[in-house]
Design a protein around this ligand. Sequence first.
Ligand code: KG4
Ligand code: ZN
Length: 376
Amino acid sequence: MHVESNEHLILGIESSCDETAAAVVAGGVRVLSNVVASQIDIHRKYGGVVPELASREHLRRIVPVVREATEQAKIKLQDVDAIAVTSGPGLIGALLVGVTYGKVLAQALSKPLVAVNHLEGHVHAVLLEAHAAGRSPKLPAVCLIVSGGHTILYDVRSDSSNGTPHFSYSRIGGTRDDAAGEAYDKVARMLALGYPGGPIIDRLAAHGNPRAVRFGSTKMSSGNPHDFSFSGIKTAVLYHLRRNTQLEPEIEARRQALARGERGAEQLRALSSAETLDLIASFQRTVVEDLITRTFAAAEERGVRTILVSGGVAANSELRRAFDIEAAQRGLEAFFPSRALSTDNAAMIAAAGHARFLAGERADMSLDPSANLPVA
Ligand code: KG4
Ligand code: ZN
């Protein structure tokens, strides 16, 4: 791969949850490689990420994943200008693997080490691809990060007054209970649709009527009006299933299909009644509408004209369509990463690390991961 001499090469390392990932990014925007080793097959039978298994798997995968990232980028480890590693938030044992390996590499290669916040990485996933496509989002922006672990709104700004952009983030609101992706995963589990729930619900929802089941909106009486809550909708789906016992035999049929390894959307759709497809579509519509309402309200309140949406749930087809329509109606611009960069990856960590590297930030061997690291 051709690298311009003035472009810095950053190796990104990400291990905060259930993906072991490494990537090489040139100049903060050109992705030379983006390797993700997913652990979904390991966690599937538990219906969620098991922290001890995640740490063990990161340990097994980290060295080959980093090697593959440099091979695909056609560079040597010695060629990188800095190593950027996710230091939080996330599962502490999982983070420890990436941080320790990042420190070892930085020391062995005598390269600078840059600590990156995972959520800041999700913001940069959108910025990186938009810049690469020549569509630079105008900041300030409101960024919705919506994944299995997070549902959070940030105000994102950048200040280039001293030559290099310095990004700053302030939290506007976040979920008080479940993350939106967690609600997708839990509803999929109740309906026996497999794990993770997001992609399958995304596919099946297209075949149901999103206005068939009314769940009522998630009103919160007090506190921050920009907060989210998704435990109510999850409970509403549970009560709906308790009232509609005629759906039990098909849930059992899908459970057996999953046990036989039949996880395909068409296989599960063939075992789903119109009532179930309506329930799925209605669940998805309620979640997407709530995400839209709060995100655009935050943008309006701040007079911000740019919306960024990132994280695993940002891969959702209906969410993308609905955000685009709402943005067009209001004369705003909405940006999403490609599906590959919506879910956890290390290209976004390298891109966020590039900005911090240019700003002169360095971590040293005392760097420790933090499970609840706030974005600063
Ligand atoms: O960002 P991510 O890979 O990991 C976390 O940081 O959590 O997000 C994974 C989450 C899971 O909850 C998964 O169900 C959800 O993102 N997800 C989706 C879609 N693809 C993944 N949710 C809705 N629609 C999708 N297409
Ligand atoms: Zn994430």
